[in-house]
Ligand binder design. Structure first.
Ligand SMILES: *Cc1c(COP(=O)(O)O)cnc(C)c1O
Length: 884
């Protein structure tokens, strides 16, 4: 019984202080047959109790029934949404309406399990982990949800009855581009694996209204088009107008002596923005568990500058409203370089502040002492972007809850952990002290205090060493002083992980040598993984069907170790034929796309040679296109007989360059210039074709990756933290041409060096080469390629000039000149290997069978055990019945 309920009396009635509902109770249920107000009160309470238990019974019986999974019911659910949600007639709805109604009917199912799962987590009181990431590159949801729920076939049937093709409707879904590339896609793969393995985890991020820009190619150049992905609504999200928090910026810090003589800090004034939650259900495969991805959107506070409003300054008060809305309007389209813009820092704090308020509110419901927080919550920082969460939690614990500094700090460090994603100096986040002081004055004080105590420990370990002190300080000296967010993340976390073995070594040795000396146990490696659901089941149904047929089970979808059994069939002609057929089918699908885009038909027997990823100098698309140019020049000087012996190649590029990254955009221009010359040269007998596919995103990746014979992962050694598309390609039966960098090294270790084409300097040799004198001569083939670029064969030489100026030994930071000869040699070996069809297939079979380690299921299990200390919590319904 609700203790806060008022006791009603006649007097209340007379004074009209009871609500209309209460007076109705009095009149209808209490008054008759009772004499005193106390008796009425009792009667009302009894009546309320009865009503409540009746309601609960009804609800339970309704909720224990799930939406039916048969085709006829599915048809009805879809039509219901057409009529009742979209307000169309059931005889007049177009393809997009059909997609929307289908998606909404799938969402209804997700909500059922989502509610069950979350209620179960709460009742079981489990410890949860929270994955904080500025980016979640989820890809399209419909096909994935249907596959994970195990009702893809039923939906296909139902839609067929309604006159629609499910595969066609799936293409109607706009892709939410809420990430730049690998880092955001990793977060999405991890959410899928966490849901599938029943881990109690939530994702937290930002609901950008404009995601990653849409890339168009005009006259060979990248053009950026804003991506208003929400234009037609988003059926996968649930707006939570009841889950909102205020987030404060600017203002002043005041310290006062409170009653018991303690200092109390107040952060007051400034701007307040409201965060509104949007929830996206994340279904696991073959489980009832559905996780939550909570994305925050900014809006004006309910009471925005009322004063200005009252002064009659209506327009300036509306202006503030618009500023608040702008906060989450656009994703920063930067990859591996930091812009240092104030709006970005505001985005970071906005999302972190709302998230911590939300986590603490959930914890508070448990009514435990705050010290127990560490037993109920673990927080993962996906790169440094959410690092401001560390001083923010300190502020909440010390200023708001009155904990002592040391106790608060111990708690904070135990709760946080940090994943580093790069060792590139230009990519390490730093914020100017004056900016932080203005925007988050209290946090700046807290960071100084953290640094003071940190440097005291440093001084004990390395007494008198100014150079070390300077290098590990959280503050970089200079004008202005800068806050080193990566160092703050290391100091404030109990675990710091890199994303591949080599990278984790470099994190310790190159990036944080003194931190590693101080706290060696803090550092660990967790090699990235990708989800076999999206990257095999969704992207490559043809191959998935072959796996299931030959393994006589589809358990490999959740236990990739089973794939190792495929190796026993590597000499089986039927198996080989089926694997080949699946590959051909995927190559045909890509060939169709190419012919639609460029009007050119390509030969699916050609070697499909693919490099798709963000365009960046360290990823060396330039090395690739220089190799293509050399190949072109070489073919051109062959005679007709010799040309017939050349392995035909289809070279595919895709990827976006940051809008402000001029050199990367020039490389795109060069690639397109080469493509138009090569593709129109009839003298080379179609032995070489080159395409740049616009607007690389998850959907395009799903089409391209299964079609590859070879893919290129050729970053300058030591510069690519892990890479994840390398894993996707090999799982789909493509081989790798790559450098000893990132996860390539571990892929080699797992699949065998005979199954991967490795070339070039390794990380140590790159370091050596950068220190030593540059070679005096260039490879003559590279000279020849440079001369062809310089004479304007492919594009305006003015555009190419800044590219050519990097292709000299003195200026060869990315080791393109030095690796060029080895690269050509490796490409020759690829040609030779591809001529042996059966030998090639065998390599791909062995590779697919040995890739099980690179499932994100393995990766998240490591996070759960080594960092978060959480257990799986599968929700198992006691009874399952279906609605009529
Ligand atoms: C996997 C993936 C990436 C990461 O690719 P890398 O080659 O590892 O850099 C980037 N973008 C999309 C759309 C992806 O699916």
């Amino acid at each position: 019984m609700d203790k806060n309920k008022r006791t009603l009396s006649f007097q209340d009635l007379a004074n009209k202080t009871v609500s209309p509902a209460e007076s109705r109770y009095l009149v209808h249920h209490a008054v008759s047959g009772t004499t005193s107000p106390q008796d009425w009160r009792k009667a009302i309470d009894e009546y309320d109790d009865q009503q409540q238990s009746r309601r609960r019974e009804l609800l339970y019986s309704l909720m224990s029934q799930y939406l039916s999974r048969d085709v006829a019911s599915i048809e009805r659910y879809i039509v219901d949404h057409v009529e009742h949600t979209l307000a169309r007639t059931r005889f007049n709805f177009d393809k997009f309406d059909a997609y929307l109604a289908t998606a909404l009917s799938v969402r209804d199912r997700l909500i059922e399990s989502w509610n069950d799962t979350q209620q179960y987590f709460t009742e079981a009181g489990v410890k949860r982990a929270y994955y904080l990431s500025m980016e979640f590159l989820m890809g399209r949801q419909l096909q994935n949800a249907l596959i994970n729920l195990g009702i893809h076939d039923q939906y296909r049937e139902a839609l067929k009855e309604l006159g629609f093709d499910l595969e066609v409707l799936e293409e109607e879904e706009p892709e939410p581009g809420l990430g730049n590339g690998g880092l955001g896609r990793l977060a999405a793969c991890y959410m899928d694996s966490l849901a599938t393995l029943n881990y109690p985890v939530w994702g937290y991020g930002i609901r950008y209204q404009y995601g990653m820009f849409e890339q168009k190619i005009k006259d060979g150049n990248q053009v950026e088009i804003p991506d208003f992905w929400l234009a037609k609504g988003n059926p996968w999200e649930m707006q939570r107008l009841d889950v909102t928090y205020p987030v404060q910026f600017y203002g002043n810090v005041n310290v006062v002596n409170n009653k018991d003589g303690k200092l109390q800090v107040y952060w007051q004034g400034g701007q307040v923005v409201r965060a509104i939650a949007y929830d996206i259900p994340v279904p696991g495969f073959d489980t009832y568990n559905v996780l939550n991805l909570r994305l925050w959107s900014s809006s004006p506070p309910e009471e925005f500058d009322l004063e200005a409003f009252n002064r009659g300054d209506y327009y300036s008060s509306i202006g503030e409203k618009q500023l608040a809305e702008k906060l989450t309007s656009v994703l920063y389209p930067n990859d591996s370089t930091e812009a240092g813009k104030e709006l970005r820092l505001k985005q970071q704090y906005f999302f972190v502040s709302a998230t911590l308020q939300d986590i603490l509110r959930r914890f508070q419901k448990l009514q435990l002492p705050i010290q127990q927080l560490v037993n109920k919550a673990a927080i993962q920082l996906n790169d440094t972007h959410p690092t401001i969460a560390i001083p923010e939690l300190m502020r909440l614990l010390v200023d708001d809850r009155g904990l002592g500094w040391e106790e608060a700090w111990e708690l904070t460090v135990q709760i946080f952990s940090y994943t580093n994603h790069t060792v590139l100096p230009e990519a390490l986040e730093k914020w100017p002290v004056p900016m932080m002081e203005r925007l988050l004055p209290r946090h700046m004080q807290i960071i100084y205090e953290i640094n003071k105590r940190h440097l005291e420990v440093v001084a004990q370990m390395f007494p008198g060493d100014e150079q070390i002190r300077e290098s590990v300080s959280l503050i970089e000296e200079g004008y202005p002083k800068m806050i080193r967010m990566a160092s703050l993340a290391v100091v404030g976390s109990h675990r710091v992980n890199g994303v591949a073995a080599l990278h984790s070594q470099l994190v310790k040795k190159q990036l944080f040598p003194y931190f590693a000396a101080m706290t060696p146990d803090k550092f660990l490696n967790i090699t990235n993984g990708v989800t076999p659901r999206r990257w095999i089941m969704v992207a490559n149904p043809a191959l998935a069907a072959v796996f299931t047929r030959w393994l006589e089970s589809d358990d490999w979808i959740t236990d990739t170790r089973m794939l190792s059994q495929l190796e026993q069939f590597q000499e089986n002609d039927d198996f080989i034929r089926e694997i080949e057929e699946a590959k051909t089918k995927n190559k045909q699908r890509l060939a169709l796309k190419i012919s639609q885009l460029f009007g050119i038909n390509v030969d699916t027997d050609a070697l499909f040679d693919i490099q798709v990823k963000r365009i960046h100098e360290y990823k060396r698309q330039l090395l690739n296109i220089l190799g293509v140019i050399y190949r072109y020049l070489w073919i051109k000087q062959l005679d007709a007989e010799q040309i017939k012996t050349v392995v035909p190649r289809v070279v595919v590029f895709a990827g976006k360059a940051a809008a402000s990254y001029a050199q990367a955009k020039r490389i795109i221009r060069l690639i397109n210039g080469v493509a138009s010359v090569v593709n129109n040269d009839t003298s080379i007998d179609n032995r070489l074709k080159v395409f740049f596919l616009p607007n690389y995103n998850v959907s395009l990746a799903e089409e391209i990756i299964p079609a590859s014979d070879i893919s290129q992962h050729i970053s300058t050694a030591g510069m690519e933290a892990s890479g994840t598309s390398n894993m996707k390609f090999v799982m789909n039966g493509g081989l790798i041409l790559g450098t000893m960098d990132g996860a390539n090294i571990e892929i080699l270790e797992h699949i065998g060096k005979e199954n991967i084409f490795i070339f070039g300097l390794n990380a140590d040799q790159v370091e050596e080469a950068r220190k030593s004198n540059p070679p005096t001569q260039l490879d003559s083939r590279l000279e020849q390629v440079k001369a062809t670029i310089a004479n304007g064969t492919f594009c305006n030489p003015k555009v190419a000039e800044p590219i050519l100026s990097c292709l000299v030994p003195q200026n060869d930071y990315y080791m393109i000149c030095r690796d060029f000869p080895a690269y050509l040699e490796a490409q020759n070996m690829v040609d030779e290997a591809f001529k042996d069809k059966r030998g090639w297939i065998k390599k791909t079979i062995q590779s697919m069978a040995r890739m099980y380690y690179f499932s994100s299921d393995r990766a998240v299990e490591e996070y759960a055990q080594k960092i978060w200390n959480i257990e799986p919590a599968p929700f198992i319904p006691s009874t399952i019945s279906f609605k009529e």
